[in-house]
Design a protein around this ligand. Structure first.
Ligand SMILES: [Zn+2]
Length: 321
């Protein structure tokens, strides 16, 4: 049977329902969705493969609190973290314990040290497994988050201070071939939620990432450290040089990229602060602040509707140029 993988977007309410159903039936959410799709076309879904739950490492007193895992075919560090810790986002614990500089480079048969976590991190709280409720009246729209005050427009700033940045990680990166950092590529996420971007870039199967994402309220998160090569630009070329991923920093902005979704002022201000800081730190020429559509023309349109000239002008101003 040929299998196809599809990606779908559902809202939190539907997701929570599916999660509750999956929990109640001891299934994965994927399985619940697959069953729903089969029911839709009036067919029986293929049977589940026999569950093969790996035994969680036993915590025997007197035995060092690590266990050894032998890498299997098809494993990624994130998949192993999911097996061992229940979540792919803890891949970095295994990466650190084994001194892996490139989390993408593991091989079948490799023996990895798996630290046993001292306190069992509580799993994300599940909604109480209640009886499925009949649809209630539509939820009142949640109040929009209060925008943070814009970053001070200190145009005389010679050494822009790093803006507030929260590191959220991603397994999707590798080594920069030369270590060079001399461009910034601006993107739009083509979705509406910073949390979704963080989740997606933390999914090892996504095989995409960026160094930073700026939320609509000006929140800045970092997925990949600047010195590593994030996976945001794909096939790309600028001023005769290919593969921007190897020598650029990727900045995503939460925006639907339809040309109508606005980039609110706090998001602009956070972008000015971040990109000025990066240009100062790595001596990046403001002419090398480019849009994804500049470096992948015909293939990419993001960030559609974002004022790139304003960004470049603001960076020049802040760097005293
Ligand atoms: Zn892009």
């Amino acid at each position: 049977m040929a299998l196809k993988t599809i990606g779908i977007e559902i809202d939190d309410k539907v997701y929570k329902r599916a999660e509750t159903k999956a929990e109640a039936e001891q299934k994965t959410i994927n399985r619940v969705v697959v069953e729903a799709l089969y029911a839709y076309i009036g067919e029986t879904p293929p049977p589940l493969p026999k569950p093969k739950e790996p035994e969680p490492p036993a915590e025997t007193p007197g035995i060092p609190k690590t266990t050894i895992y032998v890498v299997q075919s098809g494993d990624t560090l994130g998949a192993i973290a999911k097996k061992m810790y229940g979540t792919p986002t803890k891949y970095y614990i295994i990466q650190k314990a084994n001194n892996l500089t490139d989390p993408g480079k593991i091989w079948v048969g490799q023996k990895l040290v798996i630290p046993v976590l001292e306190e069992d991190q509580p799993t994300p709280t599940q909604p109480p497994a209640t009886e499925p409720q009949p649809p209630t009246e539509p939820e009142t729209p949640s109040t929009p988050p209060t925008p943070k005050p814009p970053v001070a427009d200190d145009s005389t700033l010679k050494n822009p201070k790093p803006p507030n940045i929260k590191f959220v990680g991603s397994p999707n990166f590798n080594k920069r071939p030369t270590g060079e950092i001399s461009a910034v590529v601006m993107h739009a996420t083509a979705n509406g939620s910073l949390e979704r971007v963080i989740d997606w870039f933390n999914n090892p199967n996504a095989q995409v990432s960026a160094h930073y994402t700026i939320g609509k309220d000006g929140t800045i998160v970092q997925h990949v450290r600047d010195e590593f090569r994030a996976w945001h630009a794909g096939k790309s070329e600028w001023k005769g040089r290919k593969d921007l991923n190897s020598w650029a920093i990727g900045v995503e902005m939460v925006n639907w990229n339809n040309g109508e979704d606005p980039f609110p002022e706090p998001q602009y201000q956070a972008g000015f602060a971040l990109v000025s800081y990066l240009c100062e730190k790595y001596h990046i020429d403001p002419d090398m602040i480019v849009a994804h559509y500049d470096v992948s023309p015909g293939r990419k349109t993001d960030p559609k509707g974002y004022d790139m000239d304003r960004l470049r002008a603001e960076v020049r101003k802040r760097l005293g140029m």
